[in-house]
Design a protein around this ligand. Structure first.
Ligand SMILES: [Ca+2]
Length: 423
């Protein structure tokens, strides 16, 4: 028993010490911080496209600049610091009003970190999640009135007693001591449940300006279910628009369509792991995993059909064409931009601070398979520049956010929290 206790203690203490060392200011400057973007000669924009590998298909873009935009390079000197390296498969990072971070971990835990990256609280009392494949505890966001009501919204893969799993959205009140969720209610379930695997739940949560929720739902990745992304009676492969109680926001684009779910706001999505409000123009932007060579960015508008699986760039992972192998169709939206080969975009955010002024208005995407942070410069809806940041870290970037201090914070599947700040 004694040995067991010591072992247990050692297991608990050693990672904690390691984390503490990493977070000691005098200790991390040499080992964990790196200055990047030393001043270069010549131009920092209109460089060759960052992607140099051959595409998977010979499909042609619908318009100039829809893929492989000019490369660019951040001129501002940046300091990159790993401020925590012992997270457990973090999936989402959300700013709290006081500058701390609320983070979900895929296996089912929610934690609070200080602005310096030190784990401060673990929140118990969450419903069980299906932690398998791409399922688990997924996104989290706080109520726009969190400071007064302490309400938190999150989603996760939920096992159904009748078989299969689905994306469930829940809300709860963070207790005063920040250690548990109280009065938890599941407010929405993206039906139908699917028992053919645990892939592509979607799941990012963004509040609109009226305090309603937009939630992305994935199409679950089976040949036998993907067409439901086009089916208005199914809640998968969609952007849904619900109140804080989980009912359809009134007067949605399909509110008067026979057999349509009234909460559907947009349809035809594959694996939408990125969703962000663009503060420059109050638009809802989405990023999704496509097939092999078809990752996309879209601007989401009410009632629009984004095409999956009828139109898409890229091919099946088997090498076959997707459906009829078409990329354009009347009544279906073109992506603003696509990647072939894929980058696997998960969380996205717009940078909206003056601290790194050349980043203001840029879109940042946390990229999994390509293992970098993608920076996109925009002129309205046109992509005018692309940059890869932190490409040498060997990390699958899962989610990111702009902190209150104007730095960018990103979590990785490998358990790291990065701070990317002006030097
Ligand atoms: Ca599409």
């Amino acid at each position: 028993m004694k040995i067991l206790n010591r072992l247990t203690l050692a297991i608990l203490i050693i990672p904690a010490l390691a984390a503490a060392c990493k977070n000691t200011p005098g200790n991390n400057s040499n080992s964990d911080s790196t200055t990047v973007n030393e001043p270069g000669n010549g131009s920092d924009t209109n460089l060759p496209p960052v992607e140099t590998k051959a595409p998977n298909s010979d499909y042609k873009p619908a318009f100039a600049g829809q893929t492989r935009a000019p490369g660019m390079r951040t001129k501002t000197l940046l300091t990159v610091t790993v401020i925590n390296s012992s997270l457990n498969a973090p999936w989402a990072i959300c700013n709290l009003p006081d500058g701390r971070f609320l983070i979900t971990q895929k296996a089912g835990t929610m934690i609070i970190l200080t602005s310096a990256g030190v784990k401060e609280k673990e929140i118990s009392g969450l419903p069980a999640v299906v932690n398998a494949g791409q399922g688990g505890l997924l996104d989290v966001n706080i109520d726009p009135q969190f400071s007064s009501n302490r309400m938190v919204y999150w989603d996760y893969a939920e096992q159904q007693s009748t078989g299969g799993s689905l994306l469930a959205v829940a809300k709860g009140k963070l207790s005063a001591d920040e250690t548990k969720m109280e009065n938890i209610q599941v407010i929405y379930r993206a039906k139908p449940a699917y028992d053919g695997g645990n892939l592509q739940y979607g799941s990012r949560i963004v509040f609109d300006q009226q305090g309603n929720l937009f939630v992305t739902t994935g199409e679950r990745s089976g040949d036998d279910i993907r067409m439901k992304a086009q089916d208005l009676s199914a809640g998968i492969g969609k952007v849904i628009h619900i109140t804080k109680d989980g009912v359809a926001v009134p007067n949605g684009p399909f509110a008067n369509t026979v057999n349509a779910l009234p909460e559907i706001y947009a349809l035809g999505l594959r694996s939408p792991e990125g969703l962000a409000w663009n503060p420059a123009n109050n638009e809802l932007w989405e990023a999704e995993f496509g097939p092999r060579g078809g990752d996309e960015i879209n601007v989401i508008e009410a009632g629009k059909n984004y095409g999956w699986p009828v139109i898409t760039y890229g091919i099946e992972y088997s090498g076959a064409k997707v459906g009829d192998g078409i990329q354009q169709k009347a009544g279906m939206e073109q992506p603003l931009y696509y990647w072939d080969p894929v980058i696997s975009p998960s969380g996205i955010t717009f940078y909206n601070s003056d601290v790194i002024s050349e980043w203001k208005g840029n879109l940042f995407l946390a990229c999994l398979s390509s293992q970098h942070i993608c920076r996109i410069a925009l002129n309205g809806h046109k992509v005018i520049g692309e940059e890869r940041l932190l490409a040498g870290e060997g990390q699958r970037f899962r989610a990111l956010t702009q902190g209150k201090d104007g730095a960018l914070y990103a979590v990785t599947d490998g358990g790291r929290l990065y701070r990317i700040a002006k030097k």
